[in-house]
Design a protein around this ligand. Structure first.
Ligand code: F0G
Length: 435
């Protein structure tokens, strides 16, 4: 094959309002449209005139970089920098994020009669969740802009990631958490990495509201997913996934929904690949929420995505315990553009799905398991067909939330018993007899 000589340049970007469409070059600390106060997204006007060779050349460059040990090439975010905002190399804050495995499921594939069922395990990122791809991108922008403090509100994973990346960048971090509602593993990470952790007597939505007040008065860079640069990092999962699938677009990608940044980012990533000609079609991106924290499900069902219906959230999948999601408009666009579904699953269905994944050696946190629970419903409804390729995005590592496991009836956990060989052998004989 001839090598295409063209070297794609990194395009300049602007910020466009997702509601009124107004374009602005910079944003204030709240990352809101100056005209209507809605969220902004990063766009790259120069791509509209990109020649068809651009797509081919990109695939080639990204493949070549996989063999490189330079930090900006081994990062699963910055390796795709032609499709990211331009930053000088010295500002890049990376811990080799991304690069997560795509693993076929066997047992679930068999029981669901869905031979092409895979999980993209974003829990294998440096701090154990998909947040790292977004935080790498956004904290890089913070560094380039000269900030020394960063901040976020979080159900836990964002705080762990912000704390770690801030420490790497020699910045200070502030995290606001809903008191008593964050899994211990996530809280431990934020503390270990030296964040200033404030536990507030409210839920995630309350923490985000307070953070807005903090950012207005205090010079700290906001790292929640309403920051459009977060989503630029998170969209790279679409690029990496397509490389792993040799650019064959799956019929379905299924993701859990909380504040709805991740589904928005995934949709944006696929749309950009399609618009640039790297892929010819879009997967259907479906969003799954816990039934007790289902604002998007209700919004789609009750008014077709026109106005957000807020809910008071309650679920043991604490990562997605969110009732007033910031990126709901973006998520509605993803559903409408790609034709995905929005489904809710019960606590029991989440626990069952998590146990099934665990039984084939794939650990994840409860929010991530909602994807498998949702898939079962989409299969039953005939929305997913057995010949389809389906990718479940597992968003967090199993060890993040071990308390969840402790509350389930542990059928395989025996003892304490005497440290006596005969007693142990008698017990094992009973176990053997049961199998
Ligand atoms: N899965 C996990 C493990 C999460 O931590 C989150 C969000 C989601 C799914 C939902 O993603 O918000 O982009 O729709 N966690 C945030 C946090 C809110 O603060 O860690 P989303």
């Amino acid at each position: 094959m001839n090598t295409i000589p063209m070297k794609p340049q990194i395009a300049t970007h602007v910020l466009r309002c997702v509601h009124c469409g107004k374009v602005q070059e910079t944003a204030d600390r709240m990352f809101r449209c100056t005209q209507c106060s809605e969220l902004l997204e990063v766009t790259y006007p120069e791509w509209a005139s990109a020649p068809p060779e651009f797509a081919l050349r990109l695939k080639e460059i990204w493949r070549e970089r996989r063999g490189s040990s330079l930090p900006e090439n081994s990062s699963g975010v910055w390796r795709f920098r032609e499709l990211l905002p331009h930053v000088d190399r010295q500002h890049i804050v990376t811990m080799c994020e991304g690069n997560t495995p795509l693993v076929p499921l066997k047992r679930a594939a068999g029981s669901l009669h869905l031979p092409n069922l895979l999980v993209k395990h974003q829990g294998m990122n440096p701090t154990g969740s998909f947040k790292d791809t977004g935080i790498s991108a956004a904290i890089t922008m913070a560094k380039a802009e000269g900030f020394s403090w960063v901040c976020c509100a979080s159900t836990g994973n964002t705080s762990a990631s912000v704390a770690a990346y801030a420490a790497r960048a020699e910045m200070k971090s502030i995290v606001l958490l809903p008191a008593g509602q964050v899994a211990a593993g996530k809280l431990a990470q934020a503390l270990e990495y030296g964040a200033n952790v404030l536990q507030l007597r409210t839920d995630f939505d309350g923490c985000l509201r307070v953070l807005h007040e903090v950012v207005r008065k205090f010079s700290a860079y906001l790292l929640n997913s309403l920051n459009p640069y977060r989503l630029e990092g998170q969209k790279t999962v679409a690029f990496e996934l397509m490389e792993q699938l040799d650019w064959q677009v799956p019929e379905h990608v299924i993701v859990p929904g909380g504040n709805l940044g991740n589904s928005s980012a995934l949709g944006k990533g696929f749309m950009e690949l399609r618009d640039l000609g790297l892929i010819q079609s879009l997967p259907k991106i479906s969003i799954i929420q816990a039934a007790g924290a289902n604002p998007l499900v209700r919004t789609m069902r009750e008014n077709g995505g026109a106005e957000l219906i807020r809910v008071t959230p309650e679920t043991r999948a604490t990562a997605i315990r969110i009732g007033n999601p910031a990126s709901w408009r973006k998520a509605v666009s993803v559903l409408k553009n790609g034709g995905g579904a929005c489904e809710e699953v019960s606590e029991k269905e989440i626990a069952q799905a998590k146990a099934e994944l665990g039984a084939e050696g794939i650990g994840c946190e409860p929010a991530s398991a909602a994807t498998l629970a949702g898939l079962k419903k989409l299969l039953a409804a005939g929305f997913v067909k057995s010949a389809d390729t389906v990718v479940l995005v597992l968003t967090g590592h199993m060890l993040k939330d071990v308390d969840y496991m402790k509350q389930l009836p542990g059928q395989n956990l025996l003892g304490p018993m005497e440290a006596d060989g005969d007693a142990v052998i008698r017990t094992l004989e009973q176990i053997y007899a049961r199998h």
